[in-house]
Design a binder for this molecule. Sequence first.
Ligand code: URA
Length: 268
Amino acid sequence: MNPWLATLQWYIDLGVDEAIAATPWNRFEAAVAPTSVAEAGQPRLQAAVTPLAKAPPPPPRPAAPPPSPDLLHLSDVHDLETLRARLEAYDGCALKATATNTVFGSGPADARLMIIGEAPGEEEDRRGIPFVGPSGHLLDRMLAAIGMDREQVYIANTLYWRPPGNRTPTPAETQACLPFLKRQIELIGPKALLLVGAAAAKTMLQRSEGIMRMRGRWFDYASGDGRPDIPALATFHPAYLLRSPAQKREAWRDLQMLQIRLAGGKAE
Ligand code: URA
């Protein structure tokens, strides 16, 4: 293999999937000790490796600029395309700077079911569409199991931009996106929400329990402003199910509850 490609492959195997970090880091200012290594007469390779082991932690991420009140005042937005345009103009979430695409959402604007995940991954970031990577393929199969497909369901995430390296989003990043997601839910007006994974369930339901306690239960998503609450079912995230296939059994039960509720029944 071409040595450059081999080096890149080596980085990928190590888990490196970002060419840049969320914030710049001046490595010339890093506290390295090349002189002591050079004085000790160590070979150059050693000099290149030693500082890495002692590299200081990256500097704290700068806070995102405060969101513009105009952009966050969304009650004058009455359709999804205008909401998307507002989001594209919004700089209140630092993740936007490192993402390739804004992943706004996909599906019919009048969907009866809205699925909310955590954040775009690598493939979603590349294509600007939610749940199109490995988790998305499993989500498609889960929907098919209850006789549904993407053409009938609106899919979005609690975050519109991929956190670098798929790191856990900060509460500030989640809060910066939340007004847009709330308005998106209002505009779609689904009959039910399916919250996949702990992040989506905790954010949308404002609860602190883990997903093990929340999954398989119906909650009321508070729409606010006098609007009726929306029934919201929490379940496992497909990425978790890919890692823990034994839990698919529980997820299947959750999906059956959802199917009954969407058919007009009252599955508890
Ligand atoms: N995981 C999520 O939570 N959302 C996506 O869009 C992709 C993976």
